[in-house]
Design a protein around this ligand. Sequence first.
Ligand SMILES: C[S@@+](CC[C@H](N)C(=O)[O-])C[C@H]1O[C@@H](n2cnc3c(N)ncnc32)[C@H](O)[C@@H]1O
Length: 281
Amino acid sequence: MGCEMTAIANQQQAEAWNGWEGRLWADHPERYNGMMAAFDAPLFAAADIEDGHTVLDVGCGAGLTTRLAARKAGSGHALGIDISAPLVERARRDAAAENITNIRFEQGDAQVHPFAGPGFDVVLSRGGVMFFADLVAAFGHLRGALAPDGRLTFLGPRSGGADSAYARATAALTPYLREPSPAALGMGSLLAPGRITEVLTAAGFHDIEITPVDADMGFGADIPAATDFVFSMAPIQHNLRNVDADSIAGLRDRVQDALGEFETPQGVRIPGGVWIVTAGC
Ligand SMILES: C[S@@+](CC[C@H](N)C(=O)[O-])C[C@H]1O[C@@H](n2cnc3c(N)ncnc32)[C@H](O)[C@@H]1O
């Protein structure tokens, strides 16, 4: 399969994730993987992938969760789908470097991508299903890609609110964060459990379970690394793009000080929370 994309319903997201934000993620998968690492065990426990299963990883990004899924599927296989060419390229490269053979990646819009085959046993996503402009259409399409007794499992963001540890660590930036970056536009579309239930029910899913999971998120080995990570994040870069260098230097000092609260022998770890959602088709 080449890099040519099939039909696109989410044009704005395709542009955003194929631009500088997608390249940023593709160049530094270790940063996002480190931040999300503590959630991988509960996500995969919920997905319950067995030997022989076929798994679809939606919005697979650089493909860590696709690789984990392929290993769990054993004699089965995993397919990662992502709208971003730089991320699919990175995902293919990293899977090849690990000599994983029961894995494939396709570039496409998961809302409309023509998935071949008899149907997946598991549709999985770590933070890749919030971005669709038409959530019901997208989840309906993913439901259609499942085998008759297949199951959906995804991780989505949960709002920490203004008092969260992350908000405390980055309080100096709050006045500047006026709008989402282009790639983060849909990021908050499934924050409310009521909305998740509404969307999945309208898309035909049943037995919907939404579980809050809390864990410490890794931001880097030490405070300078964590500060670099915070200031590298696309939404922060986007909102600071017109701020002068002296002001940014001052903001860095303030964030660096605030991150001190979260320094541990295992690196900078900030408590956070996500939803893990499962549903039958
Ligand atoms: C927050 S990132 C998560 C990446 C990956 N799941 C991980 O955990 O590292 C969201 C991903 O969803 C992808 N994405 C956004 N809209 C998409 C769509 N309509 N179809 C397929 N992938 C999409 C983006 O390109 C991006 O890689």
